[in-house]
Design a binder for this molecule. Structure first.
Ligand SMILES: NC(=O)c1ccc[n+]([C@@H]2O[C@H](COP(=O)([O-])OP(=O)(O)OC[C@H]3O[C@@H](n4cnc5c(N)ncnc54)[C@H](O)[C@@H]3O)[C@@H](O)[C@H]2O)c1
Length: 245
């Protein structure tokens, strides 16, 4: 199987865009999806013929199945899935509503199930594939003001480990990249809402800086490479040493 087609979700965001740029530079052909159609159009314009955009709301199962089928028709079998889609908002659990919980869980976890299943089925049929899910260190150690997001990211990590166990026999590797604070629009919003917490966190990072999106993209690139072929079920923290688990 050709190893050059990768589907990236959340592709129009800070980390997603950097991953697309890195994968195109590595020589992959990228199918990029995001709910932000304008952002995808911009990405497609800047990355030329190596990236094709498939705008969709990833919390809509029928739309996700249709975009996966269309991407495989256009570009060929998907070798790699990089799931980046996510969303958070700083708030305290006791003030939240059930609608808010549903939204956080849908964007950070259920949407991952929707995109993973159709791609996994075709990877199993071809007995090859790589999956990299962008989780968060919140899913390992928790974050004040992000309780439900942290729970959903913990679910992402446990799900990755479980399907890694189920599918190693098909030569499919499943790992997570678990970013610490990374300079993106999502992080800028956090900074605005909760400047003291973010300042304290930055001081606690041994490297004394937030990650750049390209720091996350480099590890995704490694996990898709042949060098990572014996690695599965791991959640690598890319956090400048903020968390060491
Ligand atoms: N930036 C950080 O500090 C940080 C830290 C830890 C983890 N993360 C994780 O990294 C990932 C990327 O974060 P980012 O900082 O680039 O954020 P971002 O907001 O820039 O990117 C997230 C992308 O997901 C897309 N998206 C949201 N809901 C969607 C939906 N329903 N359907 C399709 N697309 C949807 C958004 O349009 C956006 O382009 C997320 O999973 C986030 O939880 C980020």
């Amino acid at each position: 199987m050709s190893k050059n087609v990768v589907l990236v979700t959340g592709a129009a965001g800070g980390i997603g865009r950097s991953i697309c740029e890195r994968l195109v530079a590595d020589g992959y052909s990228v199918a990029a999806t995001d709910i932000n159609a304008e952002g995808l159009k911009d990405l497609e314009a800047s990355l030329g013929g190596s990236l094709k955009a498939y705008p969709a709301d990833q919390t809509d199962l029928a739309k996700v199945e249709a975009l996966v089928a269309q991407a495989e028709k256009d570009l060929g079998p998907i070798f790699g899935l990089v799931n980046v889609t996510g969303w958070t908002h700083a708030t305290r659990f006791e003030t939240e509503t059930a609608d808010y919980w549903d939204k956080v869980i849908a964007i950070n976890f259920t949407s991952l199930l929707y995109v993973t299943q159709p791609i996994l089925k075709s990877m199993i049929a071809r007995k090859a594939g790589r999956m990299v899910f962008i989780a968060s260190d919140a899913g390992k150690v928790g974050t004040a003001t992000e309780a439900v997001y942290a729970g959903a990211k913990g679910a992402v990590i446990a799900f990755a480990k479980s399907i890694a166990r189920e599918n190693a026999r098909h030569s499919i590797n499943v790992n997570c990249v678990s970013p610490g604070p990374t300079e993106t629009p999502l992080f800028a919003e956090e900074m605005k809402d909760n400047p003291q917490i973010v300042e304290r966190m930055l001081k606690a990072i041994p490297f004394r800086r937030a990650a750049k999106p390209s720091d996350q993209a480099a590890v995704v690139s490694f996990l898709l490479s042949d060098d990572a072929s014996y690695l599965t079920g791991q959640a690598l923290s890319v956090s400048g040493g903020l968390t060491m688990i």
